[in-house]
Design a protein around this ligand. Structure first.
Ligand code: ATP
Length: 545
């Protein structure tokens, strides 16, 4: 089947805007980078995912590895907490990404993103092509004689004077080709046996003051000089109270988890829980991300669904494995396909130092395909957080195990997922394109997650049909989100519902007036069947579940 020219992501973003799933925040003022608003359908979809998570975690948790029903309670803690919280958790000081700024174009980059961005940069590809044209072997420079290499300085200069001017104006080669090329020449003369990689050549071409700064990585945007990486704190700051000074400084939480640790003792003392047990929370988190990108994948304000599971230290690994498997199972149940999900076990060197094991549950987003990107992280955090808060607050946070007469700090397993990122994954998965349908773009959302469960349409707005349709609407909306629509052709009404991901459309036609049967159209098959009016509700009960 032919696919349209525009990329899948662009089409999805356009559909989300058109149908009221997601809008750019502050759009009438030109938008605000890293912020998005959920529209009527998006809010409903997000709430449905949120409710499904809460149900699977708090209201109806799974059976654990020992066959006992897991015990999890919910909390809703403040976005702003005592500033010491973030010192204890390591977020003040630690929660920052090394950043580089371009001295030429002033753009800011996460240092660890620069190599990937360079690979994708248009000017790098164009320069590589220019050099390749100069010599088939240009990417692996070879000295031919003492002062000659298979690197065509003329081709490089030519590129700098034409394409380079537009694509990478900050590149030293573009600003001063003669000087830059002479550096390369000198180095080759000094060490004739030396081989250069393309990255090294790039560094040469970017460096304005070689003697002072040495070789360096160029700016992915303009080719200019990048500053040394500097720490950049990702937490948003605010002030509490009327007097504003260092003491009144507070932070918007960068994760919901810490609020749970702060209330762990209260929950233990006031609910009938004991390890192993969990505390769950859903709410907004804020990170002043340096490079927010990919629609709602990485934003500066987002929602998380996190659960801290407290266990006796010796049971940590058993529960860790349980939760990784359980969380993968849940995302599949929500509709993500097996082949689009990946369990990424984080190696010893790449984990947070306090974590005994971490696995990311990754999804194949259109912008990571054929690779995967994080959707949820499951981390075995040992007793790190409780220990830190115990030290900083000087409050004993140990659990007294009466049965075994021992005190201990529980170990913690944390499944932490992004709710807004989950909305994106489920929208990507649901997006379908089929030119043979009235609406080529449609969303195959799991019926229980779909924002609208049924569209109710009188075929024409007369002859007794609207009365029957309205009555059905009044009945069904008590159980399901329904939409009543009497305007436009029936085909157009189906198409609108397909784009919204509505699994069922119920049409009341001339026959209904006579025999009390309606037509129910199935979104996925576009097939229609006749169902008795009084059987519509049981029909939906069975299909939506
Ligand atoms: P990344 O490496 O992508 O920055 P992270 O490993 O820092 O993410 P965690 O701190 O483990 O993320 O947060 C748990 C979950 O919260 C992530 O798996 C993701 O779904 C979600 N999340 C984190 N940062 C963002 C963000 N900026 N925008 C949207 N969702 C986010």
């Amino acid at each position: 089947m032919s696919q349209p020219e525009t990329s899948l992501m662009n089409r999805l973003v356009a559909l989300c805007k058109r149908r009221g799933f997601v809008y750019p925040a502050s759009e009438i003022y030109g938008g605000l980078n890293g912020f998005w608003d959920f529209g009527p359908l998006g809010t409903q979809l997000k709430n449905n995912i949120r409710d499904a998570w809460w149900r699977a975690m708090v209201e109806c948790p799974p059976v654990g590895p020992d066959g006992e029903i897991v015990s999890i309670v919910g909390v809703d803690t403040s976005i702003i907490q005592h500033p010491k919280t973030w010192e204890a958790s390591g977020h003040v000081g630690g929660f920052s990404d090394p950043m580089q700024t371009c001295r030429q174009c002033k753009k800011l980059f996460r240092a660890d993103h620069v190599p990937d961005m360079l690979k994708e940069a248009e000017w790098v590809e164009s320069l590589a092509n220019a050099l390749k044209m100069a010599s088939a072997d240009a990417l692996n420079l070879r000295p031919l004689a003492t002062n000659q290499v298979v690197f065509d300085g003329v081709a490089a200069r030519d590129w700098a004077q034409k394409k380079g001017k537009k694509l990478a104006p900050g590149l030293a080669l573009v600003r001063n080709a003669a000087v830059t090329l002479s550096w390369i020449d000198e180095d080759i003369r000094a060490t004739p046996q030396r081989r250069f990689s393309f990255d090294e050549i790039l560094s040469y071409m970017a460096t304005g003051q070689k003697n002072q700064t040495g070789l360096q990585t160029p700016c992915p945007n303009c080719g200019g000089d990048l500053t040394e990486p500097r720490q950049f704190n990702l937490m948003f700051e605010s002030q509490v109270g009327a007097v504003q000074n260092e003491d009144s400084k507070v932070y918007l939480r960068p994760e919901t988890a810490q609020g749970i640790f702060l209330q762990y003792k209260n929950v233990l003392d006031t609910s009938r829980v004991k390890p192993p047990f969990g505390i769950a929370q859903i709410g907004k988190s804020f990170r002043n991300e340096v490079t927010p990108r990919n629609f709602i994948f990485r934003t500066r304000e987002f929602e998380q669904m996190e659960m801290e599971f407290f266990v006796p230290p010796e049971d940590g690994m058993k529960w860790y494995e349980f939760w990784v498997a359980e969380r993968l199972r849940w995302w599949k149940e929500m509709g993500l396909s097996e082949s689009s999900l990946y369990r990424h076990d984080i190696g010893d060197g790449d984990r947070a130092f306090y974590s005994a094991a971490t696995a990311d549950i990754e999804y194949k987003y259109p912008f990571t395909d054929p690779g995967f990107g994080e959707l949820e992280g499951v981390a075995y955090r040992t007793d790190y957080d409780l220990k830190q808060h115990q030290t900083f607050s000087k409050v004993n946070l140990e659990y007294m195990d009466q049965e075994n007469n021992r005190r201990y700090l529980p170990h913690v397993i944390e499944p932490a997922s992004g709710l807004t990122r989950g909305v994106l994954a489920l929208l990507c998965e649901a997006y379908q394109y089929d030119e043979s349908r009235a609406s080529p773009e449609w969303l195959k959302l799991k019926p229980s997650l779909a924002p609208i469960k049924a569209g109710i349409f009188p075929l024409v707005n007369k002859d007794g049909m609207p009365e029957i349709a309205e009555k059905l609407y009044q009945d069904l909306r008590r159980s399901y989100v329904c939409q009543y629509d009497a305007k436009q052709s029936i085909g157009k009404r189906y198409a609108r519902m397909d784009e919204a991901g509505t699994p069922f459309c119920i049409t009341i036609d001339g026959e209904t007036v006579k025999d009390s049967n309606v037509t129910i159209r199935n979104r996925d098959t576009a097939q229609q069947e006749r169902v008795a009016l009084d059987k519509v509700k049981p029909y939906l009960d069975e299909k939506i579940g």
